[in-house]
Design a protein around this ligand. Structure first.
Ligand code: NIG
Ligand code: FE
Length: 410
C-alpha cells in the first residue's frame, strides 16, 4: 500500500547522506521543504521533495493525506528512558520540593530503591502495563523509537522480568523499542555492605543470564558519586562487551568521577547526562565519537545545572536529546517538552534541538542509517504536527501539537 503525504506546509527532512550524526554548524541544517510531499509503502520511504514535483504515478491508487497547514518531521528517537517500573515516587517529589535533595533521599534508602521494592513484587504483566501506557503516550507526543532500560530490579530474577516486560513492548510494535540492561543502577540493600560483591553478581550471574535471554542490546552503568565507581563500572562494561552488548554510561550527573573518561576509553556508544562535564570531558567524548546525550528534563526536575550544550556543540561533539523518563528524576515522556527545555535553558536553537532529538538520537542507538531523517530508503517514521511551521512545535509549548504519529499512520 502506497501512502502519499502532500501539500505539507513544513516538511523537515534532515536529509544528508542518510546516516551521519550531525555536529557543530551542521546541526542547523534540517533541510526544510515548504509545500513538500513524501511517499512511503509502510516500511520504506520511496520519495521526498516538493509537492509540485510529486510523480503522478505514486498518487494513483495510493492513500493520500493532505497536510495543508501542517508540519511533518521525523519521529523523535528517545534514546534514554526508564519507562518500565512499578509504583510511584510522588511522595519523594513532594519532599524534594520541601528541600530534600535527590542524593539525601537516595542515601536514606529511598529513590531508586523505593522503585526497586515495588518492582520486586510486580509481575511481568504489571511491569509491561506501566511501560505500555508510557510508550503509547510518548508515541502520541511524537516519539517513534524509544530505548528502555532495566535497573529497578537489582537481583537476577527481577532484572530479567523488567527486560522481559520491555521485550514484550518491543514485540507489540507500539514503537520501535531498544532494550538496555542497567543492573548497575544502584547497590541494593542486601549488598549495602559489600558493593563489590554486587558488582561480582552483575558480572557473574546477571550478565550471562541477560545475554542468554537475548532481549537487551545495550549495557548501561550509573557511574557516579554514591553509585558505582569508575573501576567497578569498567569491570561491568568490559564483561558486558564480552557478551556482545553495546555500552552506555550515566555520566557526570551528580559529580565528576571519571565516567566520561571511561566512556571514551571503552568506546561507549553514548555518555548520558553530563550535567557537570567540562570542556575536558567533552573533548574526550568527541575524539572517541561517543554521543553526548543530554537530558534537560532531569536538570529541570532536580534543579541541577543544565549541561553546557553550547560548549559541546562548539567543541564539535555529537549532541543528542532524550527524556530520561523515570519515576524519580524526570517523569515525562514528552519529547516536545524536552525540546522546549533545551532551547530555553541550554540555549540550543530550534534546529539544533530537532537534530539532537532525531538523527543524533538515532546515532546514540546505532540506528542512524535506519531512522532519524526523512529520505529515500529509510524507515517512514513520520509524525504530523497541527502547526504550519516547525518552529511552532517549540514556540507554542506545554501542549501536544502532534496530530498523527506512527500508531495511526501505518
Ligand atoms: O537517569 N541517574 C540515574 N538514574 C536515573 C534516575 C532513576 C530514578 O531516580 O529512578 C536518571 O536520572
Ligand atoms: Fe537515566
Amino acid at each position: 500500500m502506497i501512502n502519499v503525504l502532500t501539500n505539507i506546509s513544513s516538511l523537515v527532512t534532515l536529509r544528508g547522506d542518510g546516516s551521519r550524526a550531525r555536529t557543530g554548524h551542521e546541526m542547523q541544517c534540517i533541510d526544510e521543504i515548504r509545500n513538500g510531499a513524501l511517499v512511503h509503502n509502510g516500511s520504506t520511504i520511496l520519495w521526498v521533495g516538493q509537492a509540485s514535483a510529486l510523480p503522478p504515478a505514486y498518487v494513483d491508487g495510493a492513500t493520500v493525506t493532505d497536510c495543508t497547514g501542517k508540519t511533518v518531521m521525523p519521529g523523535f528517537v528517545d534514546s534514554h528512558t526508564h519507562m518500565v517500573f512499578a509504583g510511584s515516587r510522588s511522595h519523594e517529589f513532594a519532599r524534594r520540593l520541601a528541600g530534600a535533595s535527590y542524593a539525601d533521599i537516595a542515601a536514606e534508602g529511598g529513590g531508586i530503591l523505593t522503585t526497586m521494592q515495588a518492582v520486586r513484587s510486580a509481575s511481568v504483566d504489571e511491569l509491561a502495563e506501566v511501560g505500555r501506557r508510557l510508550v503509547d503516550s510518548a508515541v502520541r507526543h511524537g516519539s517513534t523509537t524509544i530505548e528502555i532500560k532495566s535497573g529497578y530490579g537489582l537481583d537476577v530474577a527481577s532484572e530479567l522480568r523488567l527486560l522481559e516486560a520491555a521485550g514484550r513492548l518491543k514485540q507489540e510494535g507500539r514503537a520501535h523499542i531498544h532494550v538496555t540492561f542497567l543492573g548497575a543502577h544502584a547497590v541494593p540493600p542486601e549488598w549495602k555492605h559489600d558493593p563489590d560483591g554486587y558488582v561480582d553478581l552483575v558480572i557473574n550471574e546477571m550478565l550471562p543470564a541477560v545475554a542468554e535471554q537475548g532481549i537487551a542490546e545495550f549495557c548501561d552503568v550509573f557511574t557516579d558519586k554514591g553509585f558505582f565507581t569508575r573501576e567497578q563500572s569498567t569491570r561491568i562494561l568490559r564483561a558486558a562487551s564480552d557478551h556482545g552488548l553495546k555500552l552506555k554510561v550515566h555520566a557526570d550527573e551528580i559529580a565528576l568521577v571519571g565516567a566520561s573518561d571511561m566512556a571514551a576509553e571503552l568506546g561507549c556508544i553514548s555518555a548520558d547526562h553530563l550535567e557537570h562535564s567540562t570542556v575536558d570531558e567533552v573533548r574526550l567524548l568527541r575524539d572517541a565519537g561517543v554521543v553526548c546525550t543530554l537530558l534537560p528534563g532531569t536538570a529541570y526536575t532536580l534543579r541541577l545545572p543544565f549541561p553546557d550544550a553550547r560548549m559541546m556543540i562548539e567543541q564539535g561533539a555529537i549532541v543528542a536529546l532524550a527524556t530520561d523518563c523515570n519515576p524519580g528524576s524526570c517523569f515525562t515522556e514528552n519529547m516536545q517538552t524536552i525540546l522546549s527545555l533545551a532551547c530555553i535553558n541550554m540555549r540550543m536553537s530550534i534546529e539544533e534541538a530537532i537534530t539532537a532529538a532525531t538523527i543524533n538520537g538515532a546515532a546514540a542507538l546505532g540506528i542512524s542509517h535506519i531512522t532519524g531523517s526523512l529520505e529515500t530508503g529509510k524507515r517512514p517514521d513520520v509524525v504530523i504536527y497541527d502547526v504550519p511551521r516547525y518552529q511552532d512545535v517549540v514556540y507554542h509549548f506545554g501542549v501536544n501539537q502532534v496530530t498523527s504519529g506512527r500508531m495511526t499512520d501505518d
